[in-house]
Design a protein. Structure first.
Length: 227
């Protein structure tokens, strides 16, 4: 009786093991199939990614800029400029080649956002002994007229915001260049209209007065040629 019970126990264990084997076998086969499939597809996926990268580089190539190693210095000048004010100006420029009602076919239009700098001051190199004199204990100063030293675009901040080209027309390569030229002139005109030269003169006088007072002149009087 005891042997019979032991045999039944062993038989039960065997049945459980066989059942577990049959239950776990599909999972093992599925896992093995998945790992095998992933291993087979991995090279294809890698090749596909490399192909996408090559296509992207072909469609959007990175420009290569190679400066000429030869540099020619045209002129060297000594400067004695007192920069007394700087304007930072932003202008939106519209440049277009219009074709009336056929713009959608032959027109070309862009919006250019221009950021520029205008610097003004006086050129101390233009001063002579006639521009300074003492009278009744006061120092009289006749500064040179203020002038614009720099009026230029900031290429890092300037950009084409939008461009629309007709269906039957190629983009005009010179349109952006023309927009930049107009933008630079417009930035200069905006600074002049705002009174940059007047403020440059005021700032220069304030700086020079502090300088002369530090040299011991207690009274400094600025005059202009029209006075």
């Amino acid at each position: 009786m005891k042997k019979k019970g032991t045999g039944l126990l062993i038989l039960g264990v065997i049945i459980v093991l066989i059942a577990g084997l049959f239950i776990g076998l599909p999972y093992l086969m599925q896992r093995l199939l998945r790992d095998t499939t992933e291993a087979a597809i991995a090279p294809i996926a890698e090749a596909n990614a490399q192909m996408k990268t090559q296509v992207a580089q072909f469609m959007n190539p990175t420009p290569t800029i190679i400066p000429d190693p030869v540099t020619i210095i045209q002129e060297v000048r000594s400067l004695a400029r007192l920069e007394s004010i700087q304007y930072s100006v932003e202008k939106v420029i519209t440049a277009e080649i219009a074709q009336g009602q056929l713009d959608f076919l032959f027109g070309d239009r862009l919006l250019f956002v221009a950021h520029g700098t205008v610097i003004a001051g006086i050129d101390l190199g233009k001063m002579t002994t006639q521009n300074l004199w003492l009278e009744d204990g006061a120092l009289y100063v006749n500064l040179p007229e203020p002038e614009i030293f720099v009026a230029t675009l900031n290429n890092d901040q300037s950009y084409v915001y939008d461009r629309e080209t007709g269906l039957l027309r190629q983009s005009d390569a010179n349109l952006e260049t023309q927009a930049r030229q107009v933008a630079e002139q417009s930035i200069l005109e905006a600074a002049l209209t705002d009174g940059i030269l007047v403020q440059a003169d005021i700032n220069a006088e304030a700086y020079m007065e502090r300088l002369f007072r530090s040299l011991g002149y207690e009274e400094v009087i600025f005059i202009h040629e029209t006075e």
